[in-house]
Ligand binder design. Sequence first.
Ligand SMILES: [Cu+2]
Length: 281
Amino acid sequence: MKKLNLWLLTAFSFISSLSVANADDAATPLQLGLRAAASPQMERIIDFHDNLLMYVITAIVIFVTGLMLWVIIRYNKKANPEPSKTTHHVMLEILWTVLPVVILIVIAIPSFKMLYYLDRTENPEMTLKITGYQWYWGYEYLDHDNLTFTSNMIPEDEIDESKGQKRLLSTDNVVVLPIDTNIAIQITAADVLHAFTIPAFGVKKDAVPGRLNETWVRIEKPGTYFGQCSEICGINHAYMPIEIKAVPKEEFEAWLVKAKEEHASNDNHHMMTLAQLEGVK
Ligand SMILES: [Cu+2]
């Protein structure tokens, strides 16, 4: 009975995964398939996966399975008591070298095109700098008076589901970004390796201490998007989620005014630290 339930659950989640993604973009239990795209970046990644890789993988699986079945049936001891003594076959060896190379080239050309597309935008309209810490994220809006804040996971016992907060995903300071804007993203880390990931954006970049990695995104749909640190970074690696709220440009401007007030003390903190340093000198 338990087994049947599990099967029904799997079948149900498969069917529901075929329908349109949730309003807010969190993974669902037993989810299949890639997260729905919220950016042209992710649209291209899904297109690459669904319309090229899936065909290549399927053809290879069918070919290899067929080959194995043929060998098992046609050349087993009973069906073929006198085995062939062939050790070399020039044509076969050329084929099994050249064909994989051709397949790899067919994959590599669109793959490189996409890598360069994801690399950076020529005309960024704003820049968001992200720093990974053990175990939270820091955000700096470089074009908006250096608005700076950190973002921590909301602990499980403080999660308020009536506000739509999600266990292990919701954060105390949500990152708000404008839609339809080319946003350059700079990623670094202050202590150990982390990785910044938002599946719906097609963004996944290592955060490396002493190095500034770059990528970009253009969010096309308003909504709340979640991601998680994707580089094992210590004991609380699983507890440093990313929550991004994408809103229309006017709403973003209004949020900026509020956020600058709210996080103004962050700047003071910096200045105090500098003042303290001066005092030490
Ligand atoms: Cu991390």
